[in-house]
Design a protein around this ligand. Structure first.
Ligand code: TXA
Ligand code: MG
Length: 336
């Protein structure tokens, strides 16, 4: 995308903040230091920006990302806090604690950030990241700034060496003090579950919570890996060459599958065939077509290059047979 990545030291170059803001405002990504690891950040309300994160990381899947906030007020506009989560936020924010919470509807967070989940992972970072979010006035989606499968970067040099050819700016804040990703917890009823051990010791959280943390394999598994984590009510049929009457159509590009005129609802992921645009539209379009009430959503073939791999991964998960009688097709059959 760009041949030279600019690495700016926060204090040596006074305008690191301005450069980062300009890129974020234009829907681009920027690597920033946090107290845990470097993050690859984009405006969490900008779908194209968020799609660029997945593209730069070469993520095979759209795993849900952490949304980073500047203060508790911003967090409360995004998610609903139960009393225990609020107590943990007050005790550990800003800092390496991520809370998984139910989202407020209409919070402006792009669905690609949460991979279509109705929960969201929130964290308030220390230092430059926190200031940047306050200046932008919007939350930042940011996974660790490393390409998929590599370990998280804790120095600007490591970020530049790994992602250099694919991003325009690394803000250099020196080595990250924590060096480990944040601890992720989620309130489950009256209990608290540890989803990922990290920069805050479990015991410190247990001390504030006044109870032992639940642990278990189901919590550790990333929701993005679960076939059921985005399950539309409608069945999904991928790689559709022909559209049957009564199906909803999720199109891609400029040429239509045969029978498209019979579709009950229609969305195009990208008229121009741009996979970045398609990625940013994916979850919202699936939701719209699902709301149309169609029994099946037929999806035109999507190329596998670039972000297409992740798009196809998500679609095949949505299309995978479900054990529960969850689809409208099955529910209708059962009712008869
Ligand atoms: O320290 C950190 O947490 C760093 C810095 C940059 O903030 N970020 C980070 O992000 O480690 P990432 O994308 O590498 O890891 C995010 C984790 C994933 O394991 C993901 O499954 C989990 O958060 N996650 C995100 N949303 C979730 C949700 N709604 N429910 C459960 N887990 C969620
Ligand atoms: Mg990571």
């Amino acid at each position: 995308i760009c041949e030279v990545t600019t690495v700016v030291e926060i204090r040596a170059v006074g305008d690191a903040m301005e450069m980062a803001l300009a890129l974020l405002e234009s829907g681009d990504v920027v690597a920033i230091p946090t107290e845990t690891v470097y993050g690859l950040a984009a405006d969490a309300t900008n779908g194209v920006g968020v799609a660029r994160i997945f593209e730069a990381k070469g993520r095979p899947r759209f795993n849900p990302l952490i949304a980073h906030v500047a203060d508790l007020a911003m967090a409360e506009r995004i998610a609903l806090f139960d009393p225990l989560s609020k107590r943990l936020a007050q005790a550990f924010w800003p800092g390496p604690l991520t809370l998984v919470l139910p989202q407020r509807s209409g919070n402006g967070i792009h669905p690609l950030v949460t991979a279509g989940l109705d929960t969201i992972a929130l964290r308030m970072p220390k230092g430059f990241g926190g200031e940047l979010i306050a200046r932008l006035g919007r939350p930042l989606a940011a996974p660790s700034a490393n390409s998929s499968g590599k370990i998280s970067a804790t120095t600007a040099e490591a970020v530049a060496a790994d992602l250099g050819p694919r991003i325009k700016l690394v803000v250099d804040g020196g080595a990250t003090p924590v060096g480990l990703e944040s601890t992720i917890v989620k309130v489950e009823g009256a209990r608290l579950r540890l989803l990922r051990p990290g920069g805050i010791a479990a015991g410190d959280i247990e001390a504030v919570a006044g109870m032992p943390l639940l642990r278990g394999s189901e919590g550790i598994e990333a929701p993005g890996m679960l076939a059921s984590h985005y399950a539309p009510g409608a069945a999904v049929r991928v790689n559709a060459g022909k559209i049957a009457k009564g199906e909803a159509l999720l199109a891609f590009g400029g040429r239509r599958a045969e029978g498209w005129q019979g579709a009950v609802a229609f969305r195009n992921l990208s008229v121009s065939g741009d996979l970045r645009e398609a990625a940013s539209n994916l979850f919202a379009h699936l939701q719209d077509l699902d709301h149309s009430g169609a029994k099946t959503i037929a999806v035109e073939p999507i190329p596998f290059d670039g972000l297409g791999e992740a798009i196809n991964d998500r679609l095949s998960r949505a299309a995978a047979p479900r054990d529960r009688a969850a689809t409208r097709d099955r529910a209708a059959t059962r009712d008869k």
